[in-house]
Design a binder for this molecule. Structure first.
Ligand code: ATP
Ligand SMILES: O=C(O)C[C@@H](O)[C@H](O)C(=O)CO
Length: 338
């Protein structure tokens, strides 16, 4: 059953909007960030990682965002160009704003943290006049990344994209994407997240992110109550992620679909979410059944938490399929299914 309808006549399959950043992941792992001395540079930023993920899966991908006017900004644009991602809607910062830098700490396979340098940041200076209606009209789906709502003018630019998407029946995917660093207070998080969540067609978020989004509506709610709330606002699918405990998709026909993580040799505990989102969205664009979309997302996520990067390691569709085949051969056909 198809839960989302896409206009397959459009030029682009998917266009994330939000930050592109650079990850510096330690090469000398299993020690604190202070002790690490050698780092590997990767493209980063959740929406940018998702763009890379979907491009690697063979989809036609664009990106709306703003980068620094320096070598780091050039790195992002060059990387996207190499991946075949359209960069026509990526703008250069005008007032010396910086590209986001993320320094990660891999204390152990299960203990990781990320330190984000985001002062005077380029991506949050994306302006309303930089949003092109014709571009949104030619996209099957946009991915709104929650952090892009953290500050003006990016906040208003995203809401303008949302208006154009609704006007032109462009599917709205809301990847809630909470990064505490960028927000002033929890009320603003709840206000702006819920504006988008009430207009989207699909919401993907962790339990914590949904709690933040509905913070002004209720003190707490179960996954079922959360899904019912956001489906009632018009979403066709609500996906609630629970890290190593897996994730669940809820759909308007009252059904729920659970998926477990694939067994994998963990290298780091971050980076799974962007691979999950890109592979799950790929399955939806392919018109797959819900459980197959979830399995594909879960498999890609497992591949990324077993990898050093959150972007460079994004797999092709054949690589994900091979990973699933090998996992089923080793652990049985129900390896990730409940
Ligand atoms: N230890 C693990 N082993 C296998 N798969 C995992 C593990 N941890 C996470 N995953 C996979 O990654 C998916 C997303 O992870 P999580 O729920 O932590 O999202 P997230 O917080 O958005 O991730 P990120 O760290 O990228 O921000 C999970 O649903 C699961 O499929
Ligand atoms: O989303 C961020 O800005 C951090 C990313 O750069 C990093 O790749 C990560 O943690 C992805 O989940």
């Amino acid at each position: 059953m198809k839960h989302l309808e896409f206009d397959n006549s459009r030029k682009f399959d998917i266009v994330p909007i939000g930050r592109a950043a650079i990850d510096f992941n330690p090469v000398d792992i299993n020690r604190t960030l202070a002790e690490s001395t050698t780092f590997k540079k990767y493209l980063g930023g959740s929406p940018a990682n998702i763009a890379v993920g979907l491009a690697r899966l063979g989809k036609k991908v664009g990106f709306i965002g703003k980068v620094s006017k320096d070598r780091f900004g050039e790195f992002i644009i060059d990387y996207f160009n190499k991946e075949g991602i359209d960069t026509s809607q990526i703008y250069k910062a005008k007032n010396g704003e910086s590209l986001g830098l993320t320094f990660t700490e891999i204390l152990s396979p299960t203990e990781s943290s990320i330190l984000m340098y985001r002062n005077d940041i380029a991506d949050l200076s994306l302006a309303v006049e930089e949003i092109d209606e014709e571009y949104i009209k030619n996209v099957k789906a946009i991915v709104v990344s929650g952090t892009a709502l953290a500050k003006s003018p990016s906040r208003e630019a995203v809401l303008k994209v949302l208006e154009y998407a609704k006007k032109h029946n462009t599917v709205v995917i809301f990847d809630v994407d909470y990064r505490a660093y960028s927000w002033l207070n929890k009320d603003e998080i709840a206000i702006y997240y819920s504006i988008v969540g009430k207009s989207s067609d699909l919401i993907i978020g962790s339990r914590e992110e949904f709690d933040l989004m509905q913070g002004l509506m209720t003190k707490e709610s179960s996954d079922e109550e959360t899904a019912k709330r956001w489906l009632a606002y018009g979403n066709k699918i609500v996906v609630i992620k629970h890290g190593k405990d897996g994730s669940t998709a809820y759909t308007t026909d009252g059904k729920k679909y659970n998926i477990k993580p694939f067994p994998v040799k963990l290298l780091k505990s971050f980076g799974g979410g962007d691979a999950y989102a890109s592979a799950f969205i790929y399955g939806l664009l392919e018109g797959w059944d819900m459980i197959d979309c979830l399995e594909f997302g879960s498999a890609s996520a497992a591949m990324l938490v077993a990898s050093h990067s959150c972007s460079e390691a994004m797999p092709t569709a054949d690589e994900v399929k091979e990973f699933i085949r090998e996992s089923k051969e080793k652990y049985g056909d129900m390896v990730a299914r409940m």
